[in-house]
Ligand binder design. Sequence first.
Ligand code: ADP
Ligand code: 5GP
Length: 226
Amino acid sequence: MVNVFIISAPSGSGKSTLVSMIRRSVPQLEFSISYTTRKPRGAEQNGREYFFVSREEFRQMIREDQFLEYAVVFETDYYGTACRFLDQAKNQGKDLLLDIDVQGAAQVKKKVREAVSIFILPPNRSKLEERLRSRGQDAEEKIQRRLEEARREIENYDKYDYILVNDHLDDSVKALEAILLSERQKRAGNPDANLAVLAENCRLENVRDRLDPILQSFREVVAGGK
Ligand code: ADP
Ligand code: 5GP
């Protein structure tokens, strides 16, 4: 059986950093390369980060029912996961990792009920702002837009099975590995107790108390009228 892992996060939380590390450290994990109508950024290459297609090509794929899920993200571009990645993972006996947004995660959860979903959060709003700036990718206006989007996205945290607060990178990588490996082991009937404890620390019901200050740091800005 193929295990499907869904990872979502507000932009700048460190998702790409964590995903690229986990792809190197966790064996037998297939990564789904999404289709998008947005233009490539920086050194991105077609077929590596994304398959970059026109809106017409994307709509044709929708008509042909080629997507496991798709969504319009940031009100501008289409993004979608092709069904063939799930089929490939099944055929190769691998697990599948999806880096998709909140809307896509909900669609996959409906179709693949046993999929495991993980939401990555920054430690607070100012750390997120710092990371967006340090990445040096966006102009000021875009950074403010991403922060506003983050505020909205974060409110969906309770639709996920696990919440990973990405504070210290090394700890986050270990926790993410533990979630993937312990779910895999549990389903294969050979759980490792130490990994399970590490993973359980990130279970939604076990982190709720720690989330309040994070959520509050985003809500306060709105309340303060900024
Ligand atoms: P995302 O994919 O979620 O948009 P990135 O992986 O591009 O985010 O990370 C945003 C910035 O934050 C990058 O400059 C990255 O190096 C940095 N970063 C990621 N994780 C951490 C962390 N735990 N502590 C400090 N900086 C981090
Ligand atoms: P970016 O343009 O910064 O690469 O990604 C923007 C957002 O789109 C991220 O939140 C990312 O997770 C999401 N995304 C990437 N691929 C897909 C996809 O195939 N489906 C959905 N629903 N969202 C995606």
